[in-house]
Design a binder for this molecule. Structure first.
Ligand SMILES: C[S@@+](CC[C@H](N)C(=O)[O-])C[C@H]1O[C@@H](n2cnc3c(N)ncnc32)[C@H](O)[C@@H]1O
Length: 224
């Protein structure tokens, strides 16, 4: 098993934000939105919380896919949120996507306030994501959905090489380096299941599953 090698937490410089936003994540984002809607069902008009929204590409794709979606898009990085505002305005979705500057480990938002809590690709940035898991469970409404996805750390260097070739072969050198660093910083499926069990969800083995050759997904409905 490869050891976990941490990345910096927030993507805090304007250059990092621009580099991230220039990468083409459209197919991954479309899959995220389709899988979320398949698990949650059509949006019911409540607000959906996106943790670590980056440049808000997923909230935009979600609002374009479902006319009832409304999103609170949060991130720890000011430069990421600056680009998020630009992207939301360009998509003419400012009436349905609000932003919030905050740390997913401790958010000043009310208990059970969100129809769903979604998040893509942030746990690998966070040295100990246990407080984020607690916040997710605290913030989702009864009957609401948790949909969290991230990379799964590969077990060896050959697997990293294979994923780099398959998914970043035609990307720029900085984009390839970022993908490799993210794979090395990711939690394994078992490590993330242990965090979910740690907040008392005994069915972690069933609700956190491997959903592609490089991702795990936590899909959970909070009981009413
Ligand atoms: C790889 S990007 C993913 C962005 C977006 N979810 C997407 O899929 O395009 C990770 C994001 O998580 C943010 N992040 C990292 N740690 C965070 C924290 N503790 N609270 C909120 N956001 C955080 C980073 O600033 C960055 O914007």
């Amino acid at each position: 098993m490869l050891p976990r090698v941490l990345e910096p937490e927030a993507m805090n410089t304007p250059d990092e934000a621009v580099e991230y936003d220039s990468m083409d994540h459209a197919a991954v984002n479309a899959r995220f939105v389709a899988d979320f809607l398949a698990g949650h069902g059509p949006c019911r008009g409540g607000e959906i919380l996106d943790l670590g929204t980056g440049t808000a590409r997923i909230p935009i794709a979600l609002c374009q896919a479902d006319p009832n979606a409304r999103v609170l898009a949060t991130d720890l990085s000011g430069p990421m949120l600056d680009l998020a505002h630009r992207n939301i305005a360009a998509a003419e979705l400012a009436a349905r996507i609000r932003t919030f500057h905050g740390d997913a480990k401790e958010l000043t938002l009310p208990n059970g306030a969100f129809e769903a809590v979604i998040s893509n690709s942030i746990t690998h940035h966070i040295p100990d994501p246990a407080p984020v898991v607690c916040e997710i469970v605290r913030l989702v409404a009864p009957g609401g959905t948790v949909f969290v996805r991230d990379l799964a750390r590969p077990s060896d260097l050959d697997q990293i090489d294979q994923l780099l070739q398959t998914y970043a072969g035609s990307e720029s050198a900085p984009a390839r380096a970022l993908f490799e660093a993210s794979l090395r910083a990711a939690l394994t499926l078992d490590e993330f299941r242990a965090l979910v069990r740690g907040v008392g969800l005994v069915d972690a083995g069933a609700c956190v599953t491997q959903t592609s050759d490089r991702h795990w997904t936590w899909l959970w409905r909070r009981p009413d």
